[in-house]
Every structure is written in C-alpha cells, then in structure tokens.
Ligand binder design. Sequence first.
Ligand SMILES: N[C@@H](CCC(=O)N[C@@H](CS)C(=O)NCC(=O)O)C(=O)O
Length: 346
Amino acid sequence: MSGEHGAHEGESKAAAGSKQDITAWASKDGQFRRQASTFRDKIEVGGKYPPEEGRYVLYVSLACPWAHRTLIVRKLKGLEKFIDVAVVHAHMGALGWSFYPPVRDQDGGYPKTQGEVGEPDGLAEVTGDPLYKSKFLRELYFRVDPNYSGRFTVPVLWDKKTESIVNNESSEIIRFMNSEFDSLLDEEHVKLDLYPEALRSEIDDQNKWVYDTVNNGVYKSGFATTQQAYEDNVVPLFKSLDRLEKMLEGKQFIAGDQLTEADVRLYTTIIRFDPVYYNHFKTNIGTIRHRYPNLNAWQKRLYWQNDAFKSTTNFDHIKRHYFESHPQINPTRVVPVGPQPHIEHL
Ligand SMILES: N[C@@H](CCC(=O)N[C@@H](CS)C(=O)NCC(=O)O)C(=O)O
C-alpha cells in the first residue's frame, strides 16, 4: 500500500525547508518531483486510531485532486459522522495553504509573501480551522512535530483525541476508509467495496501507470521548466489518456464492471483537465471533451449520476487555486472564464 510517493523522498527535503519559497517546484533539471508523505498511520479496528464517531477531521483543499479522492470516498462510504471536513482557502501562497484569504496588495493583486489574514473574499465553502483557528495549514504540522521539515500538504487526516496527524497520504487514507469503518456502517455502505479482492491486481497495476503518467503527469508537464522536461511528460500523459480511452470502450468503469478506487483516482484528474490543466499546465494536445468521447462520457456519468462526485467537485476552488497560486506559470493570476460549461451535461 505504501510507496506511491516514495521514489524521490530525499530529493526535495532541502527545498521544503520552511524558509524556502515553497512555490519553487522544479528541480535543477527542470523536472518536478513529488515528495513522499510523512504521516503513515491508519485507522483500524483495535488499533491506535480506531473507527469512532466524531473523532476525526479531514483537512482538505477543494482544489486539490489528492484531497478530492478522500472527500469522494468519505461520501461514497457514508463516513460523515466519523470524519468532519475542514476546508482551506483556494489561494496557496509562499507560506502554503491558508485558512483565510490573503491580504491583497494595494493594486488588488496578491503579495509575494503571505503572512497576514485577509478579509473574507466571497469564496464559498471555506470553513477555516474548526479546532485551533490556525491561520495556516503548516501550524497543524508544527503542532505535531515542531521540527517538521516536509511539505505542508493536504489532505491531512487529524485525530481530535490524540491531537495528531493519522495520515497525510491520500492513497492510504482511501484504503482504510474503504474497509475499517464497515463494522459500524449500514449494509448498503458495507457492500460498496472500492478495492475488491478479485480486482486488486488489476487496480494495483493501473494505479501505477495512471499515477505516474496521468495524476502526477499533469503536474510534471505543468511544473517543468525546460522544453525537454515538459515534452518528456506531456507525451506519455496523452499516451496514457489514449490507452484509458480504449479501455473504456463499451465499459462503464475503469477496473472490472464496478465502481472502484481506480475510478475515484482517475476522476479527480480528468474533471480538472479541460477547466485547468489543458491551458494552465499546457497539456493541450487535446481536451477530454473533444478528443476522448469515452473518457468524457465516463466523467459525465460519475459527475451527474453520483452525488459523491458532484457534491465534492467545486470548480471555483479548482480554477482559482491553480490560476492564482502559480505566478511562475500565470503571473497575472487572471482566471479564465471557460470552458463553458465546466463539465458537459449528459
Ligand atoms: N502525497 C500526497 C500529495 C498531496 C499533495 O501534493 N497535495 C498538494 C495540493 S494538490 C499540496 O498540498 N501541496 C502543498 C505543497 O506541496 O506545499 C497525497 O496524495 O495525499
């Protein structure tokens, strides 16, 4: 279950020091490498973190595809009474995720540093930090480990009882959400198994290449700072989309004939593709809606026919986050109006 983000751990440690500008993403060779997550405990029956009503809080950004996975699975499995949700603001500045809008410069733009708490700016669904009224997500990490030197990422699954982080790796969080609450759920939610025994090897296989070339592939294309690094990633990304398009021919779901975590993990990238990645990350060999009819139909079915997908998809947060938070890519921070609609109707 581990290892999704394990490949390049040491590499970005230095770049992740709290004095560094955390928006300096790429390595010297122009390639973006995602750092491994640090907190890797699990919720489990009889374990240190047992399933218990009202005990946990999931800190998320509605913009973030990794956090989005956990929100979808929380809804699909009916875990609302066990796990509350806290939502950060969409803008991420040099100090990382914040629970408040940043203070704007006199000209209305965002300042380079972001130490101050700004006025509410009308972005709906930002909850702030319900537990500690923190200004920045980093405060939670330092609460647990004052010497923490990794990145301050969402999602964070927080335990109210021990005041600690259970886990900050989405691929693991969705796995224990899928199984470890079952003894406390109604039949319908127990029945929904997103990682069924019979499909595990198929799902594991797909997870590997989909993670590397699609989920992370869009970031590796978008954060590349050399032509070579960009092309080295954007081409495999579209090869994988072509492959997924073929896999979905005459099929409803990615793995087997049922909804699984493979659908959840792919959806959070595909739903952001036309509205954001296509132009912001220059992944513009084609759009989902024009080049990939099967993928488009698949994302529309999930969005329009399953509330766990629709109710957790917030295009305001998604668009504002990317276009406003990466000045090295979009210095004006102007947010494009299209595509219209963000997702086509069925
Ligand atoms: N290992 C993580 C990756 C999470 C991640 O990279 N989240 C991004 C937002 S989409 C983040 O919080 N980045 C902040 C940073 O790296 O400083 C997971 O899948 O849970």
